[in-house]
Ligand binder design. Structure first.
Ligand code: FMN
Length: 363
């Protein structure tokens, strides 16, 4: 039987050149990561907001289910300085009526640290020694990457422009994730203004493939085998899909997120900084529209994420989409509800069919 394989499979030790994108905030639940890896893709934990001890528990749980390769993913973000009281008050004022509409008191001022310590997370990752570590929103020091390489861990970083891709290659990563403007979730930009680094997946993948000498994985708006075949044609060695995995039975996304994703239309995603403090793409809702339109005051990332946390959780719990960060890419209407194993098998089959269709164009 024909199967789908590229140099990325040899590099990462996976059967397929497909990465189930890391999605921080609970979506990449243990069951999702285990099922994606077991099915032949690279299952990935989004550990941006996860403390090192909890990481260890998650990895051990997946290892009890499969010995296939897995990926641990982190946000690279310098801890911001403490937020001034006036800034806190303005950001809290902007959120208070939303909290009150759900019967909640106004949020308390947030206190540093706003996120787990990255170095502690990375040291735990070294101890856990997954097959792959990827990172978003920045780069890692060359000596950290070297240490991971010595332990046999392959590393990959997100780039939203050619400059970031070149920079990552020079720092010593094994592969680049080219994140096009269509992508759901946070823009991975770290050298350029994220609003300028908004090249689409088609253009960006091709530009980065031509600019670097290491494998490129395309991300953004890829939902099926036709999309995977398209980026392979551009010279990518693999595809990273986030939104496609959100409705999977094993995903930890809140029910309201799955439900609205499956009902999404073409024009229903937009980019906002108002949930977390950094631009991210998701299904448009009342919070995004009103906060963007009013250019409401916000805290820096990730302090704003902490400030909106209880609002997002309460809204999701109530089944109310108005205040949930329902991150999703522009091809959201192509989302399908199935098990993770079915999705991965479908993606492989569809990619092979798309490649056959293209080959049949040769006369
Ligand atoms: C809900 C959600 C959460 C995400 N969280 C992360 C994350 O924690 N780390 C990361 O590197 N990328 C994250 N991303 C971005 C993905 O890696 C990838 O760029 C994106 O999903 C590709 O676009 P697509 O959603 O259209 O497939 C997230 C994406 C989504 C949809």
């Amino acid at each position: 039987m024909t199967r789908l394989s590229t140099s990325l499979c040899d590099l990462l030790g996976t059967r397929l050149p497909i990465i189930q994108a890391p999605m921080a905030g609970g979506i990449t639940a243990r069951a999702l990561v285990a099922a994606a890896s077991q099915a032949g893709a690279l299952g990935s934990f989004g550990f941006a907001y996860t403390q090192p001890e909890a990481m260890a528990g998650d990895v051990q749980a997946v290892r009890a289910l499969t010995d296939a390769p897995i990926n641990l993913n982190f946000f690279v973000n310098d801890a911001p300085p403490p937020v001034a009281p006036e800034t806190q008050h303005a950001a809290i004022d902007a959120l208070t009526r939303y909290y009150q509409s759900l019967g909640l008191p106004a949020p308390a001022p947030v206190r540093a640290p706003y996120a787990p310590d990255l170095n502690a997370q990375l040291s735990m990752a070294e101890d856990l020694t997954p097959a792959v570590v990827t990172f978003h929103l920045g780069d890692l020091p060359a000596e950290r990457l070297k240490r991971m390489r010595e332990r046999g861990i392959k590393t990959g970083g997100s780039a939203t422009c050619v400059e970031e891709a070149r920079h990552l290659e020079a720092s010593g990563v094994d592969f680049i994730i080219a994140q096009g403007a269509e992508a759901g979730g946070h823009r991975g930009s770290y050298l350029r203004n994220p609003y300028e680094a908004m090249t689409g997946t088609l253009a960006l993948t091709r530009l980065i493939v031509r600019a670097v000498n290491i494998p490129v994985v395309a991300a953004g708006g890829i939902m099926d085998g036709a999309g995977i075949a398209a980026v392979l044609a551009l010279g990518a060695q693999g595809a990273q899909l986030g939104t496609a995995f959100i409705p999977c039975v094993e995903s930890g996304a809140p029910a309201v997120h799955k439900q609205y994703l499956l009902a999404a239309r073409e024009d229903t995603t937009m980019v906002t900084e108002k949930f977390s403090g950094k631009p991210a793409r998701g299904l448009a809702n009342r919070f995004m529209r009103e906060m963007n339109d009013n250019n409401a005051p916000q805290l820096v990332f990730p302090a704003q994420n902490t400030l909106t946390g209880a609002l997002r959780v309460a809204s999701a719990k109530a089944g109310n989409p108005d205040f949930v960060s329902m991150w999703a890419g522009q091809a959201a209407p192509l989302a399908r509800e199935m098990t993770t194993a079915q999705l991965v098998a479908t993606l492989e089959q569809e990619t092979l069919e798309a490649l056959d269709r293209l080959a049949a164009l040769r006369r």
